[in-house]
Design a binder for this molecule. Sequence first.
Ligand SMILES: NC(=O)c1ccc[n+]([C@@H]2O[C@H](COP(=O)([O-])OP(=O)(O)OC[C@H]3O[C@@H](n4cnc5c(N)ncnc54)[C@H](O)[C@@H]3O)[C@@H](O)[C@H]2O)c1
Length: 387
Amino acid sequence: MANEIGTRSIGVIMNGVTGRMGTNQHLVRSILAIREQGGVPLGNGETLMPDPVLVGRSEHKLRALSDMGGGLRWTTDLDSALADPSCEVYFDAQTTGRRFESVSKAITAGKNVYCEKPVATSAEQAMELYRLARSAGVKHGVVQDKLWLPGLRKLAALRDMGFFGRILSVRGEFGYWVFEGNTVPAQRPSWNYRKEDDGGIIVDMLCHWRYVLDNLFGTVKAVSCLGATHIPQRWDESGKPYECTADDSAYATFELEGGVIAHFNSSWTVRVRRDDLLTIQVDGTLGSAVAGLRECWCQSAGQTPRPVWNPDIDQPIDFREGWLKVPETQAFDNAFKTQWELFLRHVACGEPFPWNLRTGAAGVQLAELGLRSWEERRWLNVPELPE
Ligand SMILES: NC(=O)c1ccc[n+]([C@@H]2O[C@H](COP(=O)([O-])OP(=O)(O)OC[C@H]3O[C@@H](n4cnc5c(N)ncnc54)[C@H](O)[C@@H]3O)[C@@H](O)[C@H]2O)c1
């Protein structure tokens, strides 16, 4: 009893909670999981318990989610939720084009804001949100989930140990086959393939590659990007064919501060013959590593085989044998949940949270420059955003 200070409830408005990300990653795997574990410990004996208010358009979907969570509060009226002083946090996982207006409103209502990426449809609007939040004095954050994937945590640990020596290059392969929707159901929403609905893989994935590269390997200084719409027609959620107006593949090269060269292929039109849906290979003078979502394999300089080019004989080296799995040295929780806990602690006790609206804007900026580089067929420098 002596160290039991108590549980503090924190209201969290969750807008866009009926969507794929809103339901699966943010409600079920993050907020409900945090509730089930008894809240977020604040380190002083106190526990923070998120109390969500589900916001959306569809009453029956909201009611079903509310029931699933054991009777959570819900409403179709965002303004009434924003007027509720028990709600200290506004979270947004709506489609990207709706974010600017809703997040601005939440900031004006004095809420701390946390939102999905891309933060907005232009870097200018994303920076506007950052300025608004700063002048309102509210706390703010953007989802940068890949940083908490076990595979990427292991890469970061190898880097911190000096395993790589001098890092030379980083190569990312992201993608899988997204079905067109006429025979096998598509695994992603149809708006992803329509430019007029803010879709496109460059906008989607370059936001991720920005924070991954900036945080792990060096600030992105320049970009060259080629996009493509390989599949011109798909079938939507109601089975109707539609024209794909947005890019479904991106081939992007980045120059990083410190001289590292990074290249990422991102595609919804490739079939997977690699260890995972995302693999990131890091090559350095003293060692290399390949991370998937959860696992990471490494090869040091001393383990490196000496291949000799000879297509006239069967390959004598089993290249996969020369890699060691990086051991599990800690338990990893869901990446979205981990970041949620950090954000809630940031709001409740002011713990540092560098993954803010400015870094979210940097992601949008890189996506914008990627699109422009494709259009103008040239390298573009990435200017530093104002503090
Ligand atoms: N962090 C990640 O890895 C990741 C992955 C996928 C998507 N996302 C981002 O998450 C966001 C949502 O993506 P999703 O795949 O869940 O999309 P989705 O289409 O499944 O969900 C979109 C949500 O927005 C709501 N919405 C759409 N139009 C609306 C309108 N006119 N009025 C009110 N609400 C409306 C929908 O009801 C739904 O709740 C996007 O911004 C996307 O870029 C992030």
